[in-house]
Design a protein around this ligand. Sequence first.
Ligand code: XIL
Length: 358
Amino acid sequence: MFTRRSVLATPVALAACNPFASAEPAPSGPIPSLKDIAPFPIGAALSSAHLDDPDWRALAKQQLSQLTTEWELKMEYVLQDGPGTPYRFEAPDRIAAFARDNNMRLYCTTLVWYSQGASWLNDLSDSDFRKGFDDYIAAVTGRYAGQAVGWDCVNEAVAEDGDGLRDCIWSQRLGGKEAYIERSFEKAREADPDTVLFLNDYNLEYLPRKRRTFLNLVEKLMSRGVPIGGIGNQAHLDIEAPVGSSAAFLRDAASLGLPIHVSELDFPKHHEGLIDTRTEPQKRAQQIAHVRDLAEAYMALPAAQQFGFTTWGLRDPDSWLLREEGKNWPDASPLFFDAQSRPNPAFQTAVDAFSGKS
Ligand code: XIL
């Protein structure tokens, strides 16, 4: 270990000229179950605190077949108590137990991320740093071996402008940008021979140069025999971007033949900037158009590449986007369900896409 964190009640009436004018009415009667409809696992991220909420548990059991540890298997949490103290696993262990008890897959994130480390790691000697890194991956991956269906092994390795890979403590201390990535995958594979190891990133739909750099990195890792087993597309959607970006990325990514995980889907209706001229129905229709683009393109993938479809939270209030560490957007309504577990308008779009109706 290293010694030294809805469906509008009524169909929305949209101007005929509105390019997004196609919001479906909220489902009437019992809510369809996405996990029963979709031909692939349906997931959501959670923190262990959600397990104390009976409404959350009821909706999760109805809708989900996979859970992602949102924060509590990140280094910031596991190493929270500092050098020389035991790793913290009580929260992720609770999530793992709930998944096991409810026949849900467990997906874990993230072993290595540029944005999290622990400042005291910097003080370690090079050999202690390497040993600490290797021991951390062995301990954390090994603990859930046999249950974790997959890991975001390395998260957000590509520079935002697509000009190469991010510089970070891991690239600086472990022999370079590609070296730390390869080491991460190899050490994780040593600790768990069966879990699927993903390279995960965001904005791959919107930034062609970042997408190219990401896919080139995946190809390079595959060609070197690095045990990368899948591509994670976070899918934090920008509903004001042109529709079609998600489908374009999935087509590109699918060409590599690896399983693809929609790993962190949300689709906030918030507008960055002072003036938002959109009406509420127009915002909802934009959400629907982007969710349809992604969901239908995901359905079009070969079954072997449909690893799973995960939202970054289950209900609107669960979203990181409403919180300080996210975007602090109280009006985001970025997920399939509202605070009362009622379907938001985009839910029916997912039901239609996953049942092959759209
Ligand atoms: C965020 C979680 O939602 C927060 O709870 C945590 O404090 C920080 O990480 N992209 C990612 C995720 O890859 O790991 C981030 O999750 C959200 C952005």
